[in-house]
Design a protein around this ligand. Structure first.
Ligand SMILES: Cc1cc2nc3c(=O)[nH]c(=O)nc-3n(C[C@H](O)[C@H](O)[C@H](O)COP(=O)(O)OP(=O)(O)OC[C@H]3O[C@@H](n4cnc5c(N)ncnc54)[C@H](O)[C@@H]3O)c2cc1C
Length: 521
């Protein structure tokens, strides 16, 4: 177990259980982290327990796009559009070191469903909405305005697109998350500044109740034997795809939480198509959802593929079926004819499980959900987008306050603490070398010591962007173990853990390479 916050909670669940809490949050993905932060902003004593590493499940696998409101305007869903726009502006002003404006290109084809006139209206409406949100929220920054392009300019931006029938393009801006794991850790550090404590590698086991009310939670260290009981009148279950199972186990079964869908992005060993994220429409299936091609570490990241969970458990679903992967790559090849990618070009599959629209469906649910099923004081949150986790947290805490379950009145919300100067410490350029790691060793050691890093993969995949270059990261793994005493003693195990998280192909590749020398990764 490692902790962020409460310097005095020590490194054991027994110490953690000495305090009284107002709110216990289960799950350290983006939804749990934002709930913990918003609770701490209200002056509530909040504790978060995560059974793996913070941000190590669904939240690690997102396409890393903070969506603005444009996509929802096309369905005339103004409320959702306002919510996403507001979140985009919040990310831009609050976490400037961890997000960057992401220009997005939608190519427009003669035969396509998207017409220039409609897109022009959509872009104008989206810009007007952004300006209104900025005005009412007194936001300090936003992304550039959207615009239309002719076919030639669209091809200049993304030369690999099929030119046949291309009549132009629409450009708008979302945000790219540079490192989702660091966003989560920053939220946990903000919560810690306000008195909260978050621990990883601690599992929520049993809900403690009496007379139909929540009294607390029994927890156990994931890699140890210690267990303890935390006391609080409110438990918020933010266990992502496991939230439904957990709620049912705790007497809060809710059918709406059961349908789940597998979702994945694929990192291909090909250069990115463009400096823009490019929307891809499968020419053989006009009704298919758009895919987006972006850049991760300079390589081509394409998402998102979906398939019904079909009897797989959430953990097993981490492995996308080979057939699903092959079909996905074939569809990407149809969208970008010269690409000719094969299974062997897959550098990494980012796979997670999301709430589904209906049982057996391969469409994710559109909306976040708050369930009050179960004993009084149990709240279950099931989120669909990284983008809207903060607003979902605010709505959940409003419901918690209205419920009257809290023993103490919440205070008016504190402002967000300033973004820590260290927030960008884990962000590396695409071409990092062993020499860069040596030069930044004190920073990396600081991250290991102060950001609840237990394993090598916590550092490589969630506190830094080193894992965005999977092959390079595996080549550097043994050297990185030298940065921490325990990893030095247990190098094989730590490297194997990282390899397993990245996938076998890269592991085999890296194991057969000589160890990198300083200055040459
Ligand atoms: C392939 C893919 C692409 C996506 N792309 C985007 C995108 O571009 N933009 C966007 O906005 N959204 C995107 N999303 C959606 C977004 O990633 C999710 O909505 C979000 O990450 C869900 O976060 P969460 O906190 O609910 O779940 P999780 O991140 O899964 O967190 C839940 C946590 O609960 C923990 N847990 C479970 N059981 C227990 C227990 N008993 N005790 C303690 N802890 C427990 C788990 O270990 C886990 O860490 C994408 C998702 C996928 C899969």
């Amino acid at each position: 177990m490692r902790s962020i916050g409460h310097r005095d909670c020590g490194n054991s669940v027994v110490d953690l259980a000495r305090a009284e809490y107002d709110v216990i949050v289960v799950g350290g993905g983006i939804y749990g982290a934002m709930l913990h932060l918003e609770a701490a902003r209200l002056g509530l004593r909040s504790v978060l327990v995560e059974r793996g590493d913070f941000g190590g499940a669904t939240s690690e696998n997102s396409l890393r796009i903070v969506h603005g409101g444009l996509r929802y305007l096309q369905n005339l869903n103004v409320a959702r559009s306002v919510e996403s726009t507001r979140e985009r502006q919040w990310y831009l002003s609050s976490l400037p070191r961890l997000v960057t404006p992401l220009p997005c290109l939608l190519p427009i084809y003669e035969r396509g469903r998207k017409r220039k006139s409609v897109l022009s209206l959509g872009l104008a409406a989206s810009d007007a909405l952004s300006a209104a949100v900025m005005y009412f929220d007194c936001a300090v920054g936003d992304v550039p305005r959207g615009y239309l392009l002719d076919a030639r300019s669209a091809l200049e931006l993304a030369p690999a697109l099929p030119a046949d029938g291309l009549v132009g393009g629409a450009v708008w801006h979302d945000l790219a998350l540079r490192c989702p794991g660091r966003v989560i850790v920053e939220a946990l550090k903000w919560a810690a500044d306000l008195g909260g404590v978050a621990v990883n590698y601690v599992e929520a086991r049993r809900l403690l109740t009496s007379s139909g009310r929540v009294r607390g939670l029994a927890i156990r260290e994931a890699e140890g034997r210690a267990s303890a009981e935390l006391r609080a009148p409110v438990v918020i279950n933010a266990a992502g795809p496991w939230a439904g199972q957990l709620a049912a186990k705790w007497g809060g079964a809710d059918d709406r939480l059961s349908p789940l869908v597998v979702a994945w992005n694929v990192l291909l060993d090909r250069p990115a198509l463009s400096g823009h994220a490019v929307a891809l429409q499968d020419p053989s299936s006009a009704g298919a959802a758009l895919k987006f091609a972006t850049s991760l570490g300079g390589r081509l990241l394409v998402g998102t593929g979906y398939a019904p969970l079909r009897g797989r458990g959430c953990d097993r679903a981490e492995v996308v079926a080979e057939g699903e992967l092959e079909d996905f790559i074939a569809a990407v090849n149809r969208c970008v004819p010269g690409l000719e990618a094969t299974r062997r070009d897959v550098l990494r599959v980012f796979c997670g499980v999301l709430p589904a629209h209906a049982p057996g469906s391969s469409t994710p649910r559109a909306r976040n959900l708050l369930s009050r099923a179960g004993p009084s004081g149990l709240f279950t949150v099931s989120g669909t987008k990284f983008t809207t986790a903060r607003s979902a947290a605010q709505r959940t805490l409003a419901a918690v306050r209205r419920s009257g379950e809290l023993r103490r009145a919440a205070s008016p919300p504190h402002g967000y603490p300033p973004c820590h100067a260290s927030a960008g410490d884990g962000v590396f350029g695409n071409e990092w070398t062993m020499q860069d790691l040596e030069e930044r060793r004190p920073r990396l050691e600081d991250i290991i010591e102060h950001e609840a890093v237990e394993h090598l993969d916590d550092l490589v995949l969630r506190r830094t962007t080193l894992g965005d270059q999977p092959v390079r990261a595996l080549s550097a793994a043994r050297a990185l173990c030298g940065f921490h005493d325990r990893w030095r003693r247990d190098t094989d195990r730590e490297v194997a853990r990282l390899a397993a998280r990245l996938g076998w192909r890269q592991a085999a590749w890296a194991m057969n390479r000589p160890e990198p020398k300083a200055g040459a990764a």
